[in-house]
Design a protein around this ligand. Structure first.
Ligand code: FE2
Ligand code: FE2
Length: 360
C-alpha cells in the first residue's frame, strides 16, 4: 500500500502507535478479479491469479492459508506435509463443491413411511447386507480422517474434500443402520473389519487401498442396487449413496494419476499395496474383506434371486457373479485411467478371471 495512504490512515486514527503493516500487501496482489461461474462462486473461481499458484513444495507448516502473508512469529505444526504430490488431487475443489451442493438427509430424503415389509427371509438378508455396510462406512470415514491433520494450508482444498467424504460416510452409516432397523430385524452379523485399510502409513497408500479398491468396489455394488434392492425406498437409498461414492472414487483416481505422473518411481510400491488389497478380495478363504465374507455373499444371493429355494439361490449366485465381474472390470478401468494398466498382468488370478478382454 502506498505510504501516503498509510500516513493518512495513521493521522485519521490518531495513532502513531498503530502498526498497520497488515495493510501492506504487495501491489501485484491488488486488482484481484473474482466472479461467480455457472455453479455460483466456487473454490475454482477463487483459485485465481496468485491464489491459484499451488506450490509443488512448501515449508508452510503453520496453518497459514495459501495467499495469506506470512508472519515472523507463526507457530509450526510438526506433521503437515510439504509436498503437493503427497496428497493433491486435481478434482478436489470441484468435488468439494459438488459434495456441499448434493448433501441429502437420511431422515427426510428417504420415504421411510412408504417402505413395505418384505417376506422374512428377504428382510433378514437385507439386514445382513446393511449390517456389513454400516461397518464398511464407519471405516471409510475413519481412514481419510487420519490424514486431515497432515494437510498444509497451501493445499487446504484437500482437507475440505476429506471433511466432505467423512460427512458422506457418516450419512451412509446412518442410512444403512436405519434400514436394518426399519422393518424390525435390526443388526445381524458384523463384518470382518478394516482388512488392511487402517494400517496405511501414507496418503497414496490410503488412496490406492481405500479409494481405488475399497470405495470402487462399494461404488460398483451400489450402482447395481437396482438389481438387489426390493423396494423403491431401498433403490433410492443405494442411488443416493452411489452418487456420493462416485466423488470419493474420483478424488482417489485423480490423486493416483497425479502421483503416477509426477513420481513414476512409485509404481512398484503402489502395486505392492494393490497386491495386499487383492489378496483380501480375490480368494475364497480371505475374500471376507471387501465383499463381506460368506454371510454377506449369501444375503446378496438371496436378495438377487428373490428367495431361498434352490432355484432362487442358483439364480441369485449367477447375478452375484455379474456384480463381481462389474466390480473387477470397473477396477481395471480405474487402473487404466491412473496409468497402471499393467496391473492386468499382475492381478490376483481369482479376480483376473473375471476380467473382460482388453478393449483395443
Ligand atoms: Fe460410503
Ligand atoms: Fe465412500
Amino acid at each position: 500500500m502506498e505510504s501516503s495512504i498509510l500516513e493518512e490512515l495513521r493521522k485519521e486514527t490518531g495513532g502513531e502507535d498503530l502498526d498497520l503493516s497488515w495493510l501492506d500487501k504487495p501491489a501485484a496482489e491488488r486488482g484481484l478479479r473474482v466472479a461467480p461461474s455457472r455453479r455460483g462462486l466456487t473454490l475454482e473461481d477463487i483459485s485465481t491469479q496468485s491464489y491459484g499458484d499451488i506450490p509443488v513444495h512448501t515449508n508452510n507448516q503453520s496453518g497459514r492459508m495459501r495467499g495469506a502473508a506470512p508472519r515472523a512469529d507463526q507457530q509450526r505444526s510438526a506433521n503437515q506435509w510439504g509436498d503437493k504430490s503427497a496428497s493433491w488431487s486435481d478434482s478436489a475443489m470441484l468435488l468439494y463443491e459438488e459434495a456441499v451442493q448434493r448433501q441429502w438427509s437420511s431422515a427426510t430424503d428417504i420415504p421411510w413411511a412408504e417402505l413395505p415389509e418384505l417376506p422374512e427371509e428377504m428382510e433378514l438378508a437385507m439386514s445382513q447386507l446393511c449390517t456389513f455396510l454400516t461397518q464398511v462406512e464407519f471405516i471409510a470415514g475413519d481412514v481419510p480422517g487420519m490424514y486431515a491433520p497432515n494437510i498444509s494450508g497451501e493445499y487446504f482444498e484437500i482437507g475440505m474434500f476429506l471433511a466432505s467424504q467423512i460427512m458422506d460416510e457418516a450419512r451412509h452409516l446412518d442410512v444403512f443402520r436405519k434400514r436394518a432397523l426399519a422393518n424390525g430385524i435390526g443388526l445381524l452379523k458384523a463384518g470382518p473389519g478394516a482388512i488392511g485399510l487402517l494400517v496405511a502409513q501414507d496418503f497414496t497408500e490410503m488412496a490406492s487401498t481405500l479409494h481405488l479398491v475399497g470405495e470402487g468396489f462399494v461404488q460398483s455394488m451400489f450402482r447395481m442396487g437396482e438389481m438387489f434392492a426390493q423396494t423403491e425406498v431401498d433403490k433410492r437409498m443405494f442411488r443416493l449413496a452411489a452418487q456420493d461414492e462416485s466423488r470419493h472414487v474420483a478424488f482417489g483416481v485423480m490423486h493416483m494419476k497425479h502421483v503416477i505422473e509426477t513420481q513414476p518411481e512409485r509404481r512398484d510400491e503402489i502395486h505392492t499395496y494393490l497386491d495386499r488389497m487383492e489378496g483380501n478380495l480375490g480368494t475364497g478363504s480371505t475374500q471376507a474383506g471387501l465383499t463381506g465374507g460368506g454371510e454377506t455373499g449369501e444375503a446378496l444371493a438371496i436378495l438377487l434371486g428373490g428367495g431361498t429355494t434352490e432355484t432362487q439361490l442358483r439364480e441369485g449366485y449367477g447375478k452375484l457373479l455379474a456384480i463381481r465381474k462389474r466390480q473387477v472390470n470397473e477396477y481395471m478401468h480405474r487402473l487404466d485411467v491412473v496409468g497402471l494398466g499393467d496391473r492386468r498382468q499382475r492381478m490376483n488370478p481369482f479376480m483376473a478371471m473375471l476380467l473382460d478382454p482388453p478393449k483395443n
